[in-house]
Ligand binder design. Structure first.
Ligand SMILES: [Mg+2]
Length: 421
């Protein structure tokens, strides 16, 4: 995103596109018979199956995300349970993003069914944002699927655009401007604001802030004190058009690298060098987990005492986040290279420094198989592991590989991911 994040913007030029009942709508798009019927997308469709995505029709009948199939059928006897098809949703996601990119170069996918379309740099092109919103809906219906609906929020920043997209569902179009924001906030409670959970709400209430409106008009220094961090300041900016604070995580981190200078002592033992390489890969894994991203490109470079270098770049067909996997790829490549060229080991006693870098990030939520595939489960476990480590200060690193294949986690993970969307 190439607009100045810190400059304030009062014009509603940021669109947040949220696909309605996305998984179920994709099923209805591909199977005509399902259209207009209450559909529940499940990880598996046995009695204890869990509904991860009800269709618009099912929602109207009271079926909710996370409900067990046997309970949902009591509530809605003609519910049609459908087993999930992650590949299908991913295909639609890619097509939708392609359509959005015909409107602006500044498109950031936020999850498998959400994206930000920033038109701030296109104000000469799109004179009427409401019309543009309608044109986007039409383009999705015409070019991707006639059954697909979305709710679009339009506002001066990403946060308010997301908030606006949630106000009318399905097929909504809501604009928040400095003139209308107070009326919108008046209808909401604190936990309606994306990012305010119960704990945060409690903290704000303790500080005497009981409504979104009072959050908006609280003094920024006071908010900072109540929240005990910069987060308070961010809330002030979001609600007062003070600059963009919600596009950091995937737009501004175009690459991450981990580099080590090698000491003389380390240089002399191949095992030590190998360990350092693993450490670099794990460092990147940790950072990617923290940012909620996977990478699609990686580079590895070595510099030797005589100034010579070894470089290797890889483009992955499947996005990666796993440190040991990155390490393995580098390791294999080095061995192949050594055999092919009959040369000395890449990691040798003349090594001065080595650097691993990862690029081309995508949000963890849109990673292939992110919901049920192995990589997604691994990713989720990694996240959990780091959350636990952060919380309890566990200093021993337990490898995610030890946990990844426990089938008992399947439903829980699927559900967790959906909720995050
Ligand atoms: Mg949605």
């Amino acid at each position: 995103m190439n607009r100045n994040r810190l400059s304030s913007n009062v014009l509603p030029t940021v669109l947040f596109v949220d696909m309605n009942s996305f998984f179920a709508s994709c099923e209805q798009q591909d199977n005509y018979w399902l259209r207009g019927r209450p559909v529940g997308v499940c990880v598996y469709t046995g009695r204890n199956g869990c509904i991860i995505a009800p269709s618009v029709e099912a929602k109207l009948r009271g079926v909710k995300t996370g409900m067990r199939l046997d309970q949902a059928i009591v509530l809605c006897p003609d519910l049609v349970p459908i087993q999930t098809h992650p590949d299908r949703y991913r295909e639609y996601h890619v097509k939708i993003i392609d359509v959005l990119r015909t409107f602006s170069d500044d498109v950031v996918p936020k999850s498998i069914d959400e994206a930000v379309v920033d038109l701030t740099n296109y104000q000469l092109v799109y004179k009427d944002m409401q019309q543009t919103g309608l044109a986007i809906k039409q383009a999705i219906r015409q070019k991707v699927g006639d059954w697909l609906r979305c709710s679009i929020g339009i506002a001066p920043n990403v946060f308010l655009a997301k908030l606006a997209s949630g106000i009318q569902k399905p097929d909504g179009l809501t604009i928040i401007t400095p003139d209308t924001i107070d009326d919108v906030l008046r209808t909401l409670v604190l936990t309606d604001l994306p990012g305010i959970g119960h704990r945060m709400a409690e903290r704000l209430q303790t500080g005497g802030i009981y409504t979104p409106l009072s959050l908006r008009y609280a003094k920024p220094e006071y908010l900072r004190a109540v929240c005990k961090s910069i987060i308070g300041w961010h809330w002030h900016l979001r609600l007062n058009f003070g600059g963009e604070v919600d596009l950091e995580s995937n737009a501004n981190n175009k690459s991450m690298s981990a580099m080590r200078t090698i000491s003389e002592e380390q240089r002399s033992t191949p095992e030590r060098l190998d360990e350092l390489l693993q450490l670099l890969c794990l460092t990147l894994e940790r950072r990617m987990v923290r940012q909620g991203v996977f990478c699609q490109d990686m580079s590895f470079s070595c510099r030797y005492q005589n100034g010579k270098t070894y470089n290797y770049e890889a483009r992955f067909s499947e996005p990666k986040q796993d440190g040991p996997e990155l390490y393995q790829i580098i390791r294999e490549r080095m061995e192949k290279f050594q055999i092919a060229h009959q040369c000395e080991p890449v990691l040798n006693e003349f090594l001065r420094s080595m650097c691993v870098a990862v690029f081309r990030f995508i949000p963890a939520e849109v990673v292939p198989l992110s919901i049920f595939g192995d990589e997604g489960r691994k990713g989720k476990f990694r996240q959990t592991l780091y959350d636990l480590k952060a919380k309890f200060g566990v200093d021993k690193l337990i490898r995610a590989t030890e946990l990844r294949d426990n089938p008992a986690y399947r439903d829980v993970i699927g559900f967790g991911n959906i909720k995050d969307l």
